[in-house]
Design a protein around this ligand. Structure first.
Ligand code: NDP
Ligand code: MG
Length: 382
């Protein structure tokens, strides 16, 4: 029986992780569940899954929280969940740069981290790799593209990979004219064609910032240079990504879109466990098509890849400026086009610097948040 801590249990990936646990109660047990502020939702999950620890990272413990589960609140309590002695596996399903510190803490404590929080690697890639090495922790991807690549790489040796090809659905604006995209509303952007996800990543999918975050994530996870990581639009989201080996062979992992299978694989690896989900039907999947990324319509993609190439703290600046702009866009205060504009402004003005410590990342992150707020308050309200 493996103990599992789920950071961000009330979110979309958190729900997928709990669905996986529910199908394998003899293999996995929830030992810690966290939410940020959703006390009622967390209370419901606690009643159902009976973890040892329940954490609200940014809200008080409800007065009536009782029973066998210990409740705690605040940042330290979140780190306690990430390093819980009974947790063999930590599912990091937090959203944003806030996920980095728990990832580092879990890896330092020797845990397996089933990583959905791609922002951990984007903001602090070198620190994450060092923490895993120091603490003996293990990083297994949950992001569907990276899970696909991880599965395709099984059994391959170092030096055998020529290219990683990440697939992208293209988001809801794939076929929209550029002038319409720049003034799209939050309701338009939240209508993702193939995936049902949390609001932040759904907007990232609409701007294609998500694909840039994923290119950086792949660079750190698989140690492949940026020049050998590509993205291609695949609107059906059936092929989750591909690996080209040095002999020219191309391996793809496919299936109907669901995050439960990547979570299951990250929990069970290197085993494969049976799972009750919609069986793949190639005929129902239909025609699979591929298109280039439209750089002209989705500037956030190229900005993010360039930030990755620049390295050091620049990806953290890309991420933080994006987080601020996405929140402003979701609040209806800026137009869709303002997201990429504010990222571009922050990146243009950031002098760069190395990632030696968590403080380097924190400083870059804080600077970018201030820069993005300043830039966006100057934008006319949409
Ligand atoms: P959601 O917004 O659905 O859930 C986020 C979870 O994290 C919630 O439990 C939320 O608590 C908690 N949370 C939010 N902000 C903070 C914070 N600052 N500190 C601590 N906890 C916080 O997100 P998703 O599940 O969609 O995404 C989670 C991560 O997984 C992201 O990094 C995303 O990019 C990645 N991912 C998601 C996919 C998906 O299908 N959803 C696919 C691939 C990757 P509360 O409910 O209280 O707000
Ligand atoms: Mg993904």
């Amino acid at each position: 029986m493996k103990g599992v801590a789920i950071l961000g249990a009330t979110g979309s990936i958190g729900a997928s992780a709990l669905a996986v646990l529910a199908q394998h109660p003899d293999r996995f047990r929830a030992v810690a569940l966290t939410a940020h502020r959703s006390a009622d939702a967390l209370r419901g999950l606690v009643a159902r899954h009976r973890p040892s620890l329940a954490v609200l990272s940014d809200a008080e413990v409800p007065a009536d929280a009782g029973g066998p589960t210990r409740w705690a609140s605040g940042r330290e309590a979140l780190l306690e969940a990430a390093t819980h002695p009974d947790a063999d596996i930590v599912v990091n399903a937090l959203v944003g740069a806030a996920g980095l510190e728990p990832t580092l803490a879990a890896l330092e404590a020797g845990k397996r981290v089933a990583l959905a929080n791609k922002e951990s690697l984007v903001c602090g890639g070198p620190l994450v790799l060092q923490a895993a090495e120091r603490g003996g922790g293990e990083l297994i991807p949950v992001d569907s593209e990276h899970s696909a690549i991880f599965q395709c790489l099984a059994g391959s040796r170092p030096g055998e990979v020529r290219r990683l090809i990440l697939t992208a659905s293209g988001g809801p604006f794939r076929c929209w004219a550029p002038e319409l995209i720049s003034s799209a509303t939050a309701a338009d952007a939240l209508r993702h064609p193939t995936w049902d996800m949390g609001s932040k990543i759904t907007i990232d999918s609409a701007t294609l910032a998500n694909k840039a975050l994923e290119v950086i994530e792949a660079h750190f996870l698989f140690g492949v240079p940026y020049a050998r990581i590509e993205a291609v639009v695949h609107p059906q989201s059936i092929i989750h990504s591909m690996v080209e080996t040095v002999d020219g062979s191309v391996l793809a992992q496919m299936g109907f879109p669901t995050m439960e299978l990547p979570v299951l694989y990250a929990l069970a690896y290197p085993e494969r466990l049976p799972y009750d989900s919609r069986r793949f039907d190639p005929v129902a999947a239909g025609t699979l098509t591929f298109e280039p990324v439209r750089d002209d319509c989705f500037p956030a993609f190229a900005l993010g890849v360039r930030a990755g190439l620049h390295g050091g703290t620049t990806p953290a600046v890309f991420n933080a400026a994006n987080e601020v702009a996405v929140a402003e866009f979701l609040a209806g205060r800026i137009p869709f086009g303002g997201i990429a504009d504010s990222i571009a402004d922050a990146l243009e003005r950031w002098p760069g610097g190395p990632v030696r410590t968590l403080d380097d990342v924190r400083e870059a992150d804080a600077w970018a948040r201030r820069a993005a707020h300043t830039y966006l308050t100057r934008l006319a309200p949409c």
